[in-house]
Design a protein around this ligand. Structure first.
Ligand code: NAD
Length: 359
């Protein structure tokens, strides 16, 4: 038996279509009387509906959440929360809005109730991020974990199909990376495998019919477990590459994960064959990397780095940047190996092991 440590986070979750209807009771249970409702400008109406639902317990709405939590946005939200004397936040939105709630949880320390409307899974992690002068800083702090998360698939119905697809694949990446990594505890790997099955079963239904509530529920359940795997698990070469591309080339977050995942998996595959079989079984396919590639293709999701504006001439620089400092990965990471991986991902070629085999 493998030796392992298991540190679970104190998650407090409610699943069920319509569960946000009980929001006033949840607030009363916590003794919260003045909630600031957070959203992006695009989801202001969602925030207004939440405020109307909780009536006198709504202290105000701050609908200026932005991707990667610019420090200026966090400061403006803090000033607003102080002005309206908020005692908690309710975030309704994707990772950007949850991220703003996390900034308020860090300082001045407002507890957050999260209502996720994408599959980013940030609500399950103790990871915060904030951007200052173009640089994103991240850290882990238990304070930022929401005190309650309400998974109500009804609030995800309006997430556009294309965004639903890449967001689900972003969750898939969190699950797959942890399902394959020997550093992750066996318990978290079980959660990650369950996430993979739920995401693979929900995705086709949502792509065929965005109003399919049962499929939406599968995706939310999978996203929650995938976020848990990220929150209590590890990151590896895949996250390093996504971070490098997002940070230095400003590529879109979920799309970058979607494109790179099959190649990161193919890269690691020779080192962890038993885990690859389990991932393939959870996906219902013969080969994990090829199955992930096909899943994206079948649903018209972006499948090459070229499609998101990366030039072939940039690949050596990206490989250098990504390997500047050591990165833990099931298979050792070399600059030459990463370059091969990136070249395959750039063209969108099938991620067979010999495409990225650098030995
Ligand atoms: P997002 O939150 O930026 O949302 C993208 C857009 O979709 C926004 O305009 C949003 O208002 C809109 N939207 C969201 N849900 C909608 C819905 N149901 N209907 C209609 N429109 C909707 O995107 P995201 O991918 O959820 O989050 C990305 C951010 O989350 C990144 O900054 C990423 O770094 C962060 N993230 C953090 C963690 C963590 O653990 N800290 C984990 C995952 C992602």
């Amino acid at each position: 038996m493998q030796q392992f440590e298991l540190k679970m986070l104190p998650w407090n979750l409610v699943f069920g279509a319509g569960c946000i209807e009980s929001l006033p009771e949840y607030l009363a249970d916590f003794g919260f009387a003045r909630a600031v409702v957070l959203a992006t400008p695009e989801q202001r109406t969602d925030a207004e509906q939440i405020a109307a639902r909780i009536g006198a317990r709504a202290a105000g709405i701050f609908a200026e959440a932005r991707m990667h939590v610019p420090i200026e946005t966090a400061e403006a939200a803090r000033a607003y929360a102080s002005e309206v004397k908020a005692d908690c936040s309710i975030s309704i939105g994707g990772g950007s809005t949850t991220g703003l709630g996390k900034a308020l949880a860090l300082a001045p320390g407002l507890p957050q109730i999260a209502i996720p409307t994408t599959y980013a899974g940030s609500e399950m992690t103790n990871i915060w991020g904030m951007t200052q002068d173009g640089r994103k800083q991240t850290g882990r702090d238990l304070k930022v974990l929401p005190v309650l998360t309400l998974y109500d698939a009804k609030v995800t119905i309006n997430l556009p199909t294309a965004m639903s697809g890449v967001s689900a694949m972003n969750a898939m990446a969190q699950a797959v990376i942890n399902a394959k990594d020997p550093r992750t505890s066996p318990v978290i790997r079980i959660m990650a495998l369950e996430a993979i099955s739920a995401l693979a079963s929900g995705l086709p239904g949502v792509m065929a019919n965005p109003q399919d509530l049962a499929a939406r529920e599968q995706l939310l359940y999978g996203a929650s477990l995938a976020g848990a795997a990220l929150g209590a698990g590890v990151t590896s070469l895949h996250h390093r590459l996504c971070h490098t591309l997002g940070g230095s080339f400003n590529t879109p977050h979920a799309e970058t994960h979607t494109i790179l995942l099959p190649y990161s998996v193919a890269y690691a595959a020779p080192a962890v064959p038993a885990q690859m079989e389990k991932i393939a079984a959870a996906l219902g396919v013969d080969n994990a990397a090829a199955g992930l590639h096909d899943l994206g293709h079948k649903h018209g999701l972006p499948s090459s780095l070229e499609a998101i504006g990366i030039k072939a001439a940039d690949l050596p620089r990206i490989a250098e940047l990504a390997t500047e400092t050591a990165v833990e990965n099931p298979r050792p990471v070399t600059t030459a190996g990463v370059l091969k991986l990136l070249q395959a991902a750039h063209s969108g070629a099938a991620p067979t092991e010999d495409v990225i085999n650098h030995d």
